[in-house]
Design a protein around this ligand. Sequence first.
Ligand code: PDD
Length: 280
Amino acid sequence: RIVYVNGSYVPEADAKISVFDRGFLFADGVYEVTAVLSGKLVDFGGHMKRLRRSLDELALSSPADDEALLAIHRELVSRNGIEEGLVYMQITRGAAERDFAYPSGPVPASLVLFTQAKPLRDTSAARTGIAVATVPDLRWKRRDIKTVQLLYPSMAKMEAKAKGAGDAWMVDEEGFVTEGTSNNAYIVTAEGVVVTRHLSNDILHGITRAAVVRIAEETGMRIEIRPFSVEEALRAREAFVTSASAFVMPVISIDGTAIGEAKPGEFTLRLREAYIAEAD
Ligand code: PDD
C-alpha cells in the first residue's frame, strides 16, 4: 500500500513519523475518515468543513488547503486502486520537545493519509444488523472535536465485544444515549418517528448524520432531534447507527433485548438505500 506522509507518497513500510510527534505523545491531532464508493469520495466537502472546525478549536494550523487535500485523497485512491473503502487523514501538531504547552515557535504540522480497501455497500453486518451493548460515556466533554484521542471508545468497543455485541452505545449520566464508539445513534419509535440526539459538545457532528437527517425530512419521515434514553430505545421499533464507514447500519438488539423483530427495519433500510443511492 502506498501512504502519504508529509509531502511524500511512499510504501507503508518506508513511512516515518518522529517519536516526538505530539500526535504520538499527547494525542494532539485531529482526523477525518472519508468513504470511497465506485472510486469516488463521498461528501468530501462536508469532511473538510468539519476538519477546519476541529483544527480551529485546537488552534492547529493546517498544512494544506482543501484543494491540496483533495488532490492527495484522489492520488492515494488512484495509486492504491480503491473502488470501495476509506481514506484516513490525520493532522497532528508536529514534532517538538515534550512539553504540555503547545510549541511556541513555528513547528510544521504532520499530515498523514492512508487508504483501506473494504466493502461498504454489501456487508454481512448490514444484511443482519448488529447488536449493541450500553456503557457509560467516560470520554472528555469536547466530543464535537474529531481528535485522535480514541482510547475510551476502544475500551468501550472491547467491553461490548466481551458481551458478544458488535459495538457499544455510550450513555450520559442522565441515562441518555450519546452515540456509538464511532457512529451516531438513532431509534425509530413505535409511532414511526426517527429520533437522534441534537448537536452539542456531547457528540461528534456526523457528516453522514447530516445527510441522513436531510434525507429523512425530504422523504417525509417524521423526525425528532432530541436525546433518547436507553429505556426508550429498548421499546423502539427500530434502531440504527450512521457513519462514513457504516453508512446506515441496522441495530437489532440493545443489551440483549431484541429491537422490533430483531432484524433490519423498514425505515432503516429505506434510509440506507437512499443514502447509498445519493452517495454513489
Ligand atoms: N468515526 N461519532 C463518532 C464518535 C465518530 O467517531 C464518528 C466517525 C461518527 C460519525 O461521523 P461521520 O458520519 O462523519 O463518519 C460519530 C469514523 C468513521 C472513525 O472514527 O472511523
